[in-house]
Design a protein. Structure first.
Length: 145
C-alpha cells in the first residue's frame, strides 16, 4: 500500500512539474494591453500551425521605411471557431491589423483583429477575455516607433 501511495505522489509531482511550462507563455505581460495599434500593410506570410498561427506583413512607418511585422494568434483549432482558415491570407493581400504591440518596441505583437481586402473582419484574441477589446480611437495607422 505504501508503494502505491508513493507512486501516486511521484506521478502527481511529475505531472505538475511537466504541465507548468504549458501555462508560462500565455500571459499578456509582454504586450501593451492598454494601447492597441492599427497598422495597414501587405501580407508576406501566413503560418497555420500549432501552438500558434502567425501573420507576417510589411507596413511603412511615418518616415516611409518598410517595417516587417510578425503577429500571433491562437492555435488553428481556436481560430477555426472564429472563422479563420489556413487560406485566410495570401501573400500580397492588403490588410489592416489591430494588435497589441510588444512592450520592448519590436514590431511583433498579439493580433486582436484584422480587416481583409474584401472588408471582412476576422477576430483574433479580441473578445475572448484574454485581452481588452481594441479601442480604435487610441490606435494609430502605420505606426512604428
Amino acid at each position: 500500500m505504501a508503494r502505491k501511495s508513493l507512486f501516486f505522489v511521484a506521478f502527481a509531482v511529475a505531472l505538475l512539474t511537466l504541465s507548468s511550462p504549458l501555462f508560462a507563455h500565455h500571459g499578456s505581460a509582454a504586450f501593451e494591453t492598454a494601447t492597441p495599434v492599427t497598422v495597414k500593410g501587405s501580407v508576406t506570410l501566413w503560418t497555420w500551425a500549432n501552438p500558434h498561427c502567425f501573420l507576417k506583413f510589411d507596413a511603412k512607418d511615418d518616415a516611409g521605411t518598410v517595417v516587417h511585422w510578425a503577429v500571433e494568434v491562437s492555435n488553428p483549432a481556436d481560430m477555426v471557431k472564429r472563422g479563420w482558415t489556413d487560406h485566410s491570407f495570401k501573400p500580397g493581400d492588403e490588410v489592416t491589423v489591430t494588435l497589441l504591440r510588444a512592450k520592448n518596441g519590436n514590431s511583433v505583437g498579439r493580433l486582436q483583429k484584422v480587416v481583409l481586402p474584401n472588408g471582412q473582419t476576422l477576430v483574433g484574441m479580441e473578445g475572448t477575455g484574454a485581452f481588452p477589446p481594441a479601442d480604435n480611437s487610441k490606435s494609430q495607422n502605420n505606426q512604428e516607433q
